[in-house]
Design a binder for this molecule. Structure first.
Ligand code: TMP
Length: 253
């Protein structure tokens, strides 16, 4: 079989040309990075877990009418997605203070915010993804005002959906990051949720104990990242019963 064409290699995923025009194969690696790749490791099984978790969240979003780039999962590590033009923003929604917001504003981690707060970072590794305002976004032409209205509405719908799903399995959605892509349909463009939704891009705390079940386990050296992600996948019913936490994840279907 001919070698397929690599389109892009990021920190946690590699993108390959898909089988049909307008499609891309998204391969989930086991690489974990933090602090703009200053901290790095390979965590066996992370890619498999993120692949099934992202599939689950993207399918759930589509079921409640939120458009995404996801088409189907191909195997343990790959999914087929629609090719889209990624808007160079990290869209962050926060329900509780944590991470960079706690540092920046001196708010204790875990403090409930008066309402969900949406932040935008300019996606540029060389600059460490700096926080920007809608003024920067409009002035530099990264997105139009109409795009920004649509992005805000998508971000809040994702927040409502994900908060509910996680609450249902005893997990608090503290915050998350999404990326938005433009899909072109003839002369029209549509905005869709792209990239991935996984514990790499969310903060997830156990409702009862506050235990962290997300990438902060790696960022802050709190224990086994695969145990944490396996716990999330198990609670959502995505793994066979009694999956040993350190075992290589097996898929239900
Ligand atoms: P922050 O508190 O470090 O700004 O992170 C906010 C949310 O965004 C958190 O859920 C983790 C996620 N995130 C990413 O997905 N990618 C990143 O590069 C960073 C810095 C955060």
């Amino acid at each position: 079989m001919a070698r397929r064409k690599k389109i892009y290699e990021g920190k946690a995923k590699t993108l390959y040309e898909g089988p049909e025009p307008g499609t891309i194969v998204q391969y989930f690696k086991d690489d974990a990075t933090a602090f703009n790749a200053e901290k790095k490791d390979v965590i066996e099984g992370k890619g498999v877990l993120n692949n099934i978790l992202s599939e689950y969240f993207m399918l759930g979003l589509a079921n409640v009418g939120v458009p995404t780039h996801f088409l189907k999962r191909l195997n343990m590590r790959e999914q087929l997605v629609r090719s889209c033009e990624i808007i160079p923003l990290e869209v962050i929604v926060r329900n509780y203070a944590a991470g960079s917001m706690s540092k920046r504003l001196g708010i204790e981690e875990g403090t409930q915010l008066p309402r969900p707060i949406v932040e935008y970072c300019y996606k540029e590794d060389k600059l460490g993804d700096p926080l920007v305002t809608e003024e920067h976004i409009a002035a530099f032409g990264w997105a139009t005002q109409q795009d920004m209205d649509d992005i805000l509405s998508l971000a809040l719908r994702v927040n409502d959906f994900l908060s509910g799903v996680m609450y249902g399995v005893g997990i608090k959605l503290v915050d998350f990051k999404i990326e938005i892509g433009r899909v072109f349909e003839g002369d029209f463009q549509r905005l869709v949720v792209a990239d991935e939704i996984s514990p790499d891009s969310c903060r997830l705390w156990d409702l009862e104990t506050g235990e962290k079940l997300d990438k902060d386990v790696f960022r802050r050296d709190l224990g086994s990242l695969t145990d944490a992600y396996t716990e999330v996948a198990n609670r959502l019913g995505l793994l066979p019963k009694n999956q040993p936490p350190m075992g290589k994840p097996t898929l239900i279907n």
